[in-house]
Ligand binder design. Structure first.
Ligand code: FBP
Length: 552
């Protein structure tokens, strides 16, 4: 394999563990905390998880290890979208397993949850693991989005576990995957399989966090990568002084990534989906908000700027969600064929006009034609509009352009407007993990094995106090059921981990809100530069602004 100098150097990096996990497995013992309750719907969650509900929070402390000695055969899967640091979770898990007993085994099931169903696995050894230390990506075993949720799947997993003598399964995933981990843990307990299930909090989106989990891994590196790129673009904009850059950043639903990038780079505009929903902002209101900044800056002779658009934005615009719901209805079942058979866009446009409510048609009608057509072309297998494919960065730049033309005609806007578009998503998901993510992920994996060796089931590996240096981090575990509530999913009430959206009264948003008026008019860009792996801690080990503000 050809190795880059950084890759070679990162193999040598020793991730920092919390103090209580340092010094050897024989010196780690458990401090059992208080019993837990789910965040809401306690009776319902308790009834659904009779074997795993209400367990105690635990932390690890220095002391004599009292876990029962037994051979451990652990299976691990990566689930969902890539997030920097996934490899290190597996490395930490492997090192803890082997440090406990060389005969313990770690099996990696390939391609995500389906690997467990298909019994497609590899057994890790030192050489294999060493080639992935402190590197980005999930290519060590691959990932996938199959959901492990049905009784039939659980039966197959139980058979696979029996065949390999698995004592535990570690699921590295986001809120949905960890919800499923909790259900699998309950199944394993109810059927006396003896197999433990432990989750690890992953997702660049940052929406798996709560009072126990301070951050999901990958958010740090992904946002630093996007912020580097946004900063570079800001500097280009400020040098050329001729373009407005509309930059969409990943984050399927919540706007944590956009907000963090805004805190890092101080762009002129950053939309926050949760605010758009709370204020019931219309597309026109959002357009005017951006156009006001372009106009003021243009009239000051600054015909350039940067606007960050979160990937999930349009679903937060109430009138847009209503439009999507009506379109899904309009083309339900055989009506799709009827629509597709229409000869041209004019005929389709008239069909749409007749089929939508006047209110929704008015929204549809102000969309640029390429978005109108996208709404009808890009459909998922159920025939629903794929909102995530809408090029919202182009949608807003086009709407702003049209609005500015009106303002120019009215004589209020005197500037020039030229737009460039970008989408930063995949660029950040497999970056070399920052020192923070390298350390955090290694600790999560190491800690996951501590939970297994002490026999905990249905727990999420928890490492907290992470805005402080790694030495002061606190390692332990939290029953996943504590993070659950009941939510309506596909017409059914389901127990799920509550997704964390941006809190409009939280400190990160408040800080942004206080400063954005100034940023919208002045050029207040900040340039974070590339992630630094070697050098002073104040440059290399800094956490996100979000975490610093939340915990500061
Ligand atoms: P997870 O929630 O699985 O961590 O994935 C997050 C994400 O990266 C989103 O930001 C993005 O919308 C989505 O995955 C893209 O998914 P895909 O990799 O299937 O294109």
């Amino acid at each position: 394999m050809n190795l880059s100098p950084l890759q070679k150097a990162r193999y040598e990096y020793s991730p920092k563990l919390p103090a209580m996990l340092r010094g050897g497995i024989s010196e780690i013992t458990v401090n059992v905390g208080a019993p837990t309750q789910s965040v809401a719907d306690q009776d319902k969650i308790k009834a659904l998880f009779p074997n795993t509900y209400g367990k105690n929070e635990i932390t690890f402390v220095k002391g004599s290890n009292t876990s029962a000695a037994k051979k451990q055969v652990v299976g691990v899967i990566l689930s969902g979208g890539q997030a920097p640091g996934g490899h290190n979770v597996i490395c930490g898990l492997y090192d803890a397993i082997k440090a406990t007993d060389k005969n313990n085994v770690l099996l990696g099931f390939k391609g995500g949850p389906s690997g467990l169903i298909d019994d497609d696995f590899i057994e890790f050894d030192d050489a294999y693991i060493n080639a992935y230390r402190n590197t980005g990506g999930f290519d060590i075993i691959g990932s996938g989005r199959t959901k492990l949720e049905t009784e039939e799947q659980f039966k197959i997993v139980t058979e696979v576990a029996k065949k390999h003598g698995l004592t535990a399964i570690v699921i590295i995933g986001g809120d949905d995957s960890n919800t499923n981990a909790a259900v699998l843990a309950e199944y394993m307990a109810a059927h006396n399989t003896g197999v433990l299930v432990i989750g690890c909090p992953k997702t660049i989106d940052g929406d798996l966090k709560n009072e126990d989990i301070e951050a999901s891994f990958g958010f740090d590196t992904a946002t630093k990568t996007y912020s580097e790129l946004i900063g570079n673009i800001e500097r280009d904009a400020n040098s050329a002084k001729k373009y407005w850059h509309f930059i969409k950043v990943m984050g399927r639903s919540a706007s944590h990534v956009a907000l963090e990038c805004a805190l890092e780079t101080q762009p002129n505009i950053c939309l926050i989906g949760e605010e758009v929903a709370a204020k019931k902002m219309s597309l026109a209101a959002i357009t005017n908000y951006i156009a006001d900044s372009v106009e003021k800056r243009g009239n000051n002779g600054e015909n350039f700027g940067v606007a960050i658009i979160p990937e999930g934005i349009v679903e937060f615009v109430p009138e847009f969600s209503k439009l999507i719901a009506e379109i899904n209805e309009l083309l339900a079942g055989s009506k799709t064929e009827e629509f597709n058979a229409l000869p041209d866009w004019d005929a389709k446009y008239n069909y749409i006009k007749k089929g939508l409510s006047a209110e929704s048609f008015a929204v549809f009608d102000i969309l640029p034609q390429f978005v109108q057509q996208q709404l009808f072309l890009e459909r998922d297998p159920h025939g629903n509009v794929q909102v995530s494919l809408i090029e919202s960065e182009k949608l807003f730049s086009e709407m702003v352009k049209n609005e500015l033309a009106k303002r120019k005609a009215a004589g209020t806007y005197k500037g020039k407007f030229g737009a460039q578009h970008h989408f930063f998503g995949y660029e950040g998901r497999c970056a070399f993990p920052s020192n923070f993510d390298s350390d955090y992920c290694y600790s999560l994996g190491y800690n996951a094995f501590m939970l297994i060796s002490y026999g905990y089931n249905g727990y999420l590996s928890k490492v907290s106090n992470i805005s402080k240096p790694a030495e002061e981090w606190v390692a332990g575990g939290m029953p996943i059921t504590k993070m659950m509530n009941m939510e309506r999913r596909n017409g059914e009430d389901k127990p799920v981990i509550r997704k964390a959206l941006v809190e409009l009264d939280g400190k990160p948003f408040k800080y942004f809100e206080e400063h954005r008026k100034q940023w919208a008019v002045e050029t207040a860009f900040t340039y974070p530069g590339a992630i630094q792996y070697y050098g002073p801690a104040e440059v290399c080990d800094i956490t996100t602004r979000t975490l610093a503000l939340e915990k500061g």
